[in-house]
Design a protein around this ligand. Structure first.
Ligand code: SF4
Ligand code: SF4
Length: 306
């Protein structure tokens, strides 16, 4: 694609009734923990026409982020989505704006709402994975990730709501079959046959939770210091399809400084990480969201388990 996304699909904007019922029960069961933002805007979350009045279609785009180089495997691990030196939210948003510009230049300014937000990256009440599945961009696996047929699940999802109907893509069918590798590999049992309890997930524990990580999880963190890719790494479809991305915007090295990339850091480098070095290395990175103190705390817990 001209804008530089790896895949694009389009589907009708309508109420997600099945997802609404599931989400309601999931929230009632307290599976969201401290992520109270998930309780807000319930109606808008399950029907984009309530979020952006006038929208008729959901354009969904994917950007592959599978890196060409992985971290030193003995060092504390951060999830691959956070490898890039620039936070992916900015990267996707810029690309979505370009896509919007191309659409409005070709079809007219009335294609998007001037009064309501219509571009989304992980930041608003939009069930991105479901829209991607409906737009033919993959299925939602037992690990709750979107799995694109050809790219796998290491993809960012962006959404653009437009005010016109279009020729829609066919939804992707689920290809998990009898596999349960993600469930079997989850160290904290956040994933079960019944779904996901986000409050047990290492991603939640190391990023979203407002509380100290409880002792019962200390030995289960599996050397993860920020986020967790275990249930994605074991997925056979990712082994088959994940290939390094070609996006310069998602490069890991921060060329503005002279610090060696964190990819090469060993355990001692992480243990001795100063706030100054953290701020230099991760100046614009998604790691900033967790913050220096949290990274240090999780590193301390990981060290205590060795
Ligand atoms: S990200 Fe890690 S902790 Fe969370 S469900 Fe997957 S394997 Fe389990
Ligand atoms: S590991 Fe198996 S069950 Fe889990 S998402 Fe991948 S294919 Fe589906």
């Amino acid at each position: 694609m001209e804008v530089g996304f790896d895949a694009c699909g389009i589907t009708k904007a309508e109420e997600l009734t099945v997802d609404a019922a599931y989400l309601k029960q999931w929230l009632e069961d307290g599976n969201n923990g401290d992520m109270h933002f998930l309780e807000l805007n319930f109606e808008k979350r399950t029907d984009p026409r309530k979020l952006t009045p006038g929208c008729k279609s959901v354009v969904v785009v994917l950007l592959n982020y599978f890196p060409d180089k992985l971290q030193n495997p003995t060092a504390p691990q951060i999830a691959k989505y956070a490898y890039s030196s620039v936070d992916y939210h900015y990267v996707i948003k810029e690309k979505l704006k370009k896509l919007e510009q191309q659409i409005t230049e070709k079809y007219g300014a009335e294609m998007v709402s001037p009064d309501y937000q219509h571009l989304f990256v992980d930041s608003a009440p939009v069930l991105e994975r479901r829209w991607a599945q409906r737009a033919g961009l993959g299925w939602i696996g037992r690990n709750k990730m979107l799995i694109h047929e050809g790219l796998g699940s290491f993809v960012f999802i962006g959404v653009l709501l437009i005010n016109e109907e279009a020729e829609y893509d066919n939804p992707t069918r689920n290809r998990c079959g009898n596999c349960s590798r993600c469930i079997d590999s989850c160290p904290t049992k956040a994933l079960t046959d019944k779904g996901m309890n986000a409050t047990r997930c290492i991603s939640y524990l190391t990023i979203e939770s407002k509380h100290e990580i409880e002792k019962e999880y200390h030995s289960k963190l599996s050397n993860c210091v920020l986020g967790c890719d275990i249930c994605a790494d074991v997925c056979p479809w990712n082994k088959k399809w994940s290939k390094p991305h070609m996006h310069n915007e998602l490069a890991t090295d921060n060329l503005q400084n002279n610090v060696n990339s964190f990819l090469d850091w060993n355990s001692d480098d992480w243990s001795e990480l100063s706030e100054e070095k953290f701020n230099l290395e991760f100046k614009k990175s998604a790691l900033k969201r967790a913050g220096f103190k949290q990274i240090k705390e999780v590193t301390r817990i990981l060290n205590s388990q060795n």
